[in-house]
Design a binder for this molecule. Structure first.
Ligand SMILES: Nc1ncnc2c1ncn2[C@@H]1O[C@H](COP(=O)(O)OP(=O)(O)OP(=O)(O)O)[C@@H](O)[C@H]1O
Ligand SMILES: [Mg+2]
Length: 398
């Protein structure tokens, strides 16, 4: 199929644009392809030619699983963006709906869909229609879905797992609260919630008269976590659409009340929960947690790029596990030295703080008493978190 240019056709509906592919109107010429066992089209690989019979919509849907949402690891099918597929002899129409304020996103999806569909045998003329709806969450976008009463929504993210996002999010929340701010912490990690453990409470939340969940309060911070809704060791078994619904509910159906900061503790990666969050509420900024090690920095860059794609500014970096200090006062840079500072300079964002590896910090997390509950004088890591909270406050102006 010839690669036609794509056009943008404005529909009657306000803030809704449909992309079409006028250059392919004549059907074009197909490349010979075959289908492998795992249903991935391979160029020149087999006997399947054009029979004139229509494609099977399920087959087209499977093929579209190769198309990822730009900047994210999740594909457009599992994220529920593919709304309809119709196949007639000589014509396959794929209808996609995407919420974004960034025109590059539908363009990329459009091109990637054609790259997958056009070589398929029996596809006929592939028409990819993308309906673009304004993104409620894109900071800087036209429509911003704020949470009433909440002044700043800050995502704590990392890309890489296990670098200390939850530890940082919990301690940052506590340190912000200690500085006089009204703070909420939403644990967006449905599959590995940490907040209940880190705040030492398994209280069940109640609903108010408006059917909103009343957050649990501990150490002066309002909390919501999947951990409050589960029995002890039950694993969370929620599929994609349900995970989306829970995440939206945690953000929009919790009676957060008046808050200066709502901190979001994100799961690792750049997947559908991250995308759901930025499409549900206007995130004011992201704080990226990394260790000084290159493998963590690589994933941190992916997270930075993901937030860039959805117009969420990076407020700054926090380097965790920066060093271990022995009793004699000597520092051991177990994960390398200076990675966070170098990365912050490259990105042109502040390095909010360096948090050393510290036994009381780990113990405090396990015991439900974040180390930042201690004063700066009593513990060096608590001091680092209090300085970090002050830096976040001065950057965000609340
Ligand atoms: N500065 C630190 N000093 C000592 N232990 C730490 C420190 N930061 C984190 N930890 C410990 O490292 C482990 C991982 O931390 P944490 O759960 O905060 O990471 P995470 O990035 O949220 O992980 P996940 O990606 O699974 O959500 C925990 O056991 C935590 O107590
Ligand atoms: Mg975590």
């Amino acid at each position: 199929m010839g690669q036609g240019f794509y056009g943008i056709r404005a529909e009657a509906v306000a803030s809704c644009v449909v992309l079409s592919h006028p250059g392919c109107a004549d059907g074009g010429v197909h490349k010979p392809v075959g289908i492998t066992g795992d249903h991935k089209p391979v160029a020149n690989g087999g006997d399947l030619g054009e029979s004139g019979a229509p494609m099977n919509p399920d087959f087209v849907r499977e093929a579209l699983r190769q198309v990822r949402y730009p900047g994210f690891s999740r594909d457009i099918v599992s994220f529920g963006l593919v709304k309809n597929i119709t196949c007639e002899p000589g014509l396959t129409v794929v209808q996609i709906e995407v919420q974004t304020a960034d025109p590059a996103v539908p363009e990329r999806i459009f091109q990637d869909c054609h790259a997958v569909l056009d070589p398929l045998p029996d596809i006929g003329h592939a028409r990819v229609e993308i309906e673009v709806k304004g993104a409620p969450a894109a900071a800087g976008g036209q429509v911003r879905a704020t949470i009433p009463g909440v002044k700043r929504i800050i995502a704590v993210a990392s890309g890489k797992g296990g670098v200390g996002k939850s530890t940082v999010a919990a301690n940052l929340a506590v340190a912000l609260a200690a500085s006089g701010a009204k703070v909420g912490l939403c644990d967006c990690d449905l599959y590995g919630p940490s907040v209940a453990q880190m705040f030492g409470t398994v209280e069940r939340p109640l609903a108010n008269e408006q059917d909103e969940i009343i957050p649990i309060e501990a150490h002066g911070v309002k909390l919501m976590s999947m951990g409050f809704l589960l029995d002890g060791s039950s694993p969370v078994i929620v599929r994609g659409p349900m995970a989306t619904r829970y995440t939206q509910q945690f953000l929009r159906q919790v009676a957060w009340g008046e808050l200066d900061y709502l901190i979001l503790d994100l799961p690792p990666g750049t997947g559908d929960i991250q995308l759901t969050i930025v499409q549900t509420v206007a995130v004011d900024g992201a704080v990226i947690v990394t260790t000084p090690q290159e493998v963590a920095l690589i994933d941190a860059r992916k997270a930075v790029s993901m937030f860039g794609k959805v117009n969420v500014p990076i407020l700054g970096l926090i380097e965790n596990m920066s060093w271990f200090e022995c009793d004699a006062g000597k520092r051991y840079h177990l994960f390398g030295n200076g990675g966070g500072a170098r990365e912050a300079e490259l990105l042109g964002v502040p390095l909010f703080g360096q948090i050393p590896i510290d036994v009381p910090t780990r113990e405090g997390g396990d015991a439900g008493k974040p180390v930042a509950l201690l004063s700066a004088e009593a513990n060096k890591v608590a001091a680092a978190f209090h300085r970090t909270a002050a830096a976040v406050r001065s950057k965000t102006g609340v």
